[in-house]
Each structure stands twice: as structure tokens, then as C-alpha cells.
Design a protein around this ligand. Structure first.
Ligand code: SF4
Length: 175
């Protein structure tokens, strides 16, 4: 079974559903040149996508946004099929050590979700926010794609049933 079918994603869908409802009503504002100019001026850090896979949007659409920002984070579950250019900007989201090794061998840095008691591998560090909850992504910005920085791993978190689904999923991989 695929992880997506288990419903273990930690994202709170109340926010994204709200955005979608506004979009359907035509009241969600479009991203425009104006926002690009604001990004260029204030150099805000961005996260490339918040829900859904960023590689579903063509890179040429993202490029001006990424270049206008000062820094970025981003993740893709689509690393097996996405264009190589994305390796520069996104982390490969992986759910097991085996998957991490494959992605790393293909030139990706990885962000691995692991069960609460699983150990880190030698080339990984724990998400900085999990290490110290005063550190937020917009300060840390380690998850920004290919570089000599370490790979990141994080313990599964979120609602209890989601954590439990992920643990079952991980156990099914080792059986
Ligand atoms: S390692 Fe840093 S950038 Fe990556 S998820 Fe954790 S806090 Fe955010």
C-alpha cells in the first residue's frame, strides 16, 4: 500500500480546503507581478508549495518566484519522475532508508520521515525544529535542495492515528 493511501500526511487540510473553496468561488487572489516585485524588494524566504507536489507546476512558472525570494525550502514525493532541475531546489521526500539511498544515489538530498524510535543514519541530521522548537523553517532553511548540507530526517508527527498509520506502513516495509 502507498503511504498516500494511508492518510498519514501531517498537513492540516482545514487551511488548504479553505483556500480551495475560495478559489472555486473566484475570490482567491491570483499571484501576480506585484507579488514578484514584493518578493524581490523584501527578499522573503519561501516554501515551494504547501500541499500537493510542487513539481506538478512547470518549473518555468516557479522560477521567477524562486529567483525573487532570498531563500527557499521545498519537498517532492515525485523525485523519481521529476525533471533533474528540481534537484537543485527540492528535497526528495522519502519514507524509508532504502528509498533514501536510492534518491541520494540519483543526486537528491533527502528528507526522510521515520518512526518515533528509529535511529538517524550517518549522513542525516534531525530536523532542526524537532531538535529545538524555537527554530523555525524560515530561520533554518536547511531543506533547500542539492548541496553539501546533510540530509534531514524527522520523526513522524501529527494526529495519533496518522502516526500509527505511518508506523504500520514502516513495519509493512520491513516484513
Ligand atoms: S530541517 Fe530546518 S528547514 Fe528542514 S523542516 Fe526542519 S526546520 Fe524546516
Amino acid at each position: 500500500m502507498k503511504l498516500s493511501q494511508l492518510g498519514s500526511c501531517y498537513v492540516n487540510l482545514a487551511v488548504t480546503n479553505n483556500i480551495y473553496r475560495k478559489y472555486e468561488k473566484g475570490t482567491y487572489p491570483s499571484f501576480s507581478e506585484n507579488e514578484i516585485e514584493v518578493l524581490k524588494r523584501y527578499r522573503y524566504p519561501i516554501r515551494i508549495g504547501s500541499y500537493g507536489d510542487p513539481t506538478a507546476v512547470p518549473f518555468d512558472v516557479w522560477k521567477p518566484i524562486i529567483l525573487a525570494s532570498s531563500s527557499h525550502t521545498g519537498y517532492t514525493h515525485n523525485w523519481k519522475n521529476s525533471k533533474p532541475i528540481w534537484k537543485q531546489y527540492l528535497m526528495a521526500s522519502v519514507q524509508s532508508l532504502a528509498e533514501a539511498r536510492i534518491a541520494q544515489s540519483q543526486g537528491w538530498r533527502t528528507f526522510r520521515i521515520m518512526t518515533p524510535d528509529a535511529p538517524l543514519s550517518k549522513n542525516e541530521i534531525l530536523c532542526r525544529h524537532t531538535e529545538d522548537d524555537r527554530i523555525r523553517c524560515e530561520i533554518c532553511m536547511l531543506c533547500d535542495g542539492n548541496s553539501s548540507k546533510p540530509n534531514i530526517a524527522d520523526r513522524v508527527h501529527g494526529l495519533k492515528w496518522k502516526v500509527s498509520n505511518f508506523v504500520k506502513y514502516s513495519e509493512s516495509l520491513s516484513n
